[in-house]
Every structure is written in C-alpha cells, then in structure tokens.
Design a protein around this ligand. Structure first.
Ligand code: HEM
Length: 336
C-alpha cells in the first residue's frame, strides 16, 4: 500500500517516503507553473522509513538518515530521465504503477456510499454498474468502467437508471467536499455494497478510477433478445468467458424478474433456470426471466455452470466476485 504525504506546490523534485515505498514525484522547476495533472509519478521499493518533514533538528541518527536520503535523492534524480522513458514506453505499465486509493480513503468512500444503499435500491445500483462497465470492447479498449453512464442516461437501454444516479449523487457530493471521487468509483462501490447488503459476497474493489468526460459508443450493451450464441459472442468481445457470462447473469437473482426474493442475493436464479418455469402455460411463472436468461438454460455450455452454481452457492459467490472485479476494472483509467 502506498501512503503519500501530500505537498501541494513543492519547489523541486521531492522524495516522499512511506513504510515500504519511496515515491518520487518529478516536478520540473521550469516552467514554474505546471498543471498538477501533467506530473509523472514513479514508485520505488525502499527500506527507508523516515519522512524528511518529520526530522527533528539536531537528532544525529535522523541526520544520518537524512544524508542517506539526500544521496538516494541524487541517485534517483540521475536515473529519473531513463525511468521516465521506461514509464512512458512500456505499454500497460502506467496502469500497474498507478496509484490506487489507500485503505483509509476506500473506507471513507464505502462508509458514505453505504449510507444511501438499501435493499430496495440494490437491484438498480447493481444494474448501473453493468450499464457503465458493459460498454467495454477488448479490440480497441473503448468504453468500460469510466463513469460515462452519467452522460448516457437518456438512452433507451438505460431507462430507469436516473433514479439510481440520483441516489448516489448525495453520497458523491458529500465525498467531493473532502476529496473529489469519480463517478466510476462511487458506482463500483455502490454495486459491491448492493450485493453484500442483499446477502451476497463481500467484494473488495480497487479504487482510484478516472471518469470519462464523454459518453461511450452506443450499441455496446447486450440486448435482452439475444440467444446464447449471441450472448457468448458479445461477452467474449468484452473479455469474458462463458463461465463468467453465466456468473454475471446471476446478478438477475435480485430485482423484479422473478428469481426468488428480489432483495436476496443467492443462487435462486440458477435453481429456477433449471426448472424453466416459463415453459408452463400461463400464470405468473410463465413471466419469469428475460429472454436472455432463458437462453442460457438452453445452451449446453452455459448449462454446465448453471448446474454448478445451483448445486453450490459458494462456487457462485466466488465466481461472481471474481467476475465483478474483472467487470469493474474493464477499461478503467487510473489516477497516476
Ligand atoms: C447477460 C446480458 C444481460 C442482459 C440482456 C440484461 C438485461 C436486463 C434487463 C432488460 C433488465 C430489466 C430492466 C427492467 O426491469 O426494466 C435487467 C435487469 C437487471 N440487470 Fe441485467 N442484463 C444483463 C446482464 C446483467 C449483468 C451482467 C448485471 C450485473 C452484473 C445485470 C444486473 C441487472 C440487475 C441487478 C437487474 C435488476 C434491476 C431492477 O430490478 O431494478 N444484468 N437486465
């Protein structure tokens, strides 16, 4: 975990030290005014445990440490141009080196979001996650979990989601007063809280996503009329296996489509898919499920996982949790 000591306007290159990392912030001296967003940060592992600003004057051991620190600062300064080239040139490195929020910040966001998540609101909030992240395409890495749903609420496929955004606005505004948080992060946390408040797994998510300022391309979410082949194709384009498609579809266990209690996150979805109640003539049971849910039960490859999850809820929870984390990291751009 990286804990950063924040310095709003440092005059030169600054070494920031935490318990297990030495974080080096490259701040050019010229020109004098550099937008904060353009600054590059590179993290190094180091054993040093002293923060320069915490040194007491006259303390010999601290001074020794401080000298060491200055030497390291010099070595890092010399190596910095090369490291920056490496930083910029290795594809994917930026995301790996990016700063994810520390535990305290994550907890602050969770606490605030938790205040507005109720069982009744849970289905809409979980659906919001899929409608933001589900636009992701692996071929050009467009779309994904980037908060762009905020700009897409008038699309027909997003009907009903304005309500969920409004619920989260309250939490976001409170959080923004202390330190701005992205819509993407708020939605990801709300989805995880929605699952857990309804009795599903507790999902630990990384935070620190950036929001997109424009809508994602249209037509990227699966239509409910798709058959299993179509669903597998579209999910595969988003990087998901058949197993992950089935696990994620299990989100429909909450909400109003008739898979057991609308506010209990369990494996009832899969048990009911195996019974195929829609095959009965008339009555309420013929209304259960979306065409896309029913299609899964007619496909052998999907059926294997439906049976597995119907038999063992723990396996469903484990797979859902992993697929959720993958979903909410799809196409995410991280603070750096
Ligand atoms: C497999 C492709 C999927 C299709 C075609 C699909 C489509 C739909 C549709 C048409 C609804 C009904 C909306 C309404 O009642 O007006 C719905 C509800 C819902 N969807 Fe999906 N969805 C899919 C996958 C997912 C995934 C992956 C998630 C989350 C991980 C998800 C979460 C939800 C939830 C929680 C609801 C209930 C919302 C409520 O009752 O308010 N869906 N979905």
């Amino acid at each position: 975990m990286i804990s950063t000591f924040f310095n709003p306007a440092p005059p030169c290159n600054v070494a920031v030290v935490s318990s297990s990392f030495l974080r080096f912030k490259f701040i050019p001296k010229f020109p004098a005014t550099v937008p904060l967003s353009s600054l590059s940060t590179v993290s190094f592992r180091a054993k040093t445990t002293v923060n320069r600003s915490l040194c007491a004057p006259g303390d010999a051991s601290v001074q020794t440490d401080f000298c060491l620190l200055k030497k390291r600062e010099f070595v890092f300064s010399a190596a910095l141009p090369f490291l920056l080239i490496l930083h910029e040139s290795v594809e994917g490195f930026k995301a790996e080196a990016a700063e994810r929020l520390d535990k305290r910040e994550v907890e602050r966001i969770r606490e605030e979001v938790r205040k507005v998540v109720t069982k009744g609101r849970a289905p809409g909030l979980l659906r919001l996650v899929f409608h933001d992240a589900g636009t992701f395409e692996t071929n050009d890495t467009s779309g994904g979990m980037n908060g762009s749903i905020i700009h897409e609420l008038d699309r027909p496929e997003n009907k009903g989601l304005k309500k969920s955004v409004k619920i989260l606005q309250e939490a976001k505004s409170t959080l923004d007063l202390i330190r701005p948080v992205s819509w993407a992060d708020v939605i990801v946390v709300a989805g995880a809280e929605a699952v857990s408040i309804c009795g599903g797994p507790s999902i630990a998510v990384d935070l620190g996503r950036l929001d997109s300022e424009k809508p994602d391309l249209e037509g990227k979410l699966p239509e409910e009329s798709l058959d299993a082949v179509g669903l597998k194709q579209i999910f595969s384009r988003k990087g998901f296996s058949t197993r992950e498609l089935v696990a994620l579809s299990g989100a429909h266990t909450i909400g109003g489509k008739g898979f057991g209690s609308p506010v209990v996150f369990d494996n009832a979805y899969f048990k009911i898919l195996l019974e195929k109640p829609w095959s009965s003539n008339g009555g309420m049971s013929s209304m259960i499920g979306l065409p896309s849910d029913r299609a899964l039960a007619d496909d052998d490859e999907c059926l294997r996982w439906i049976k597995e999850y119907a038999k063992d809820q723990n396996v469903f929870f484990e797979d859902f949790q992993n697929a959720y984390i993958k979903l909410v990291n799809s196409g995410a751009k991280w603070r750096s």
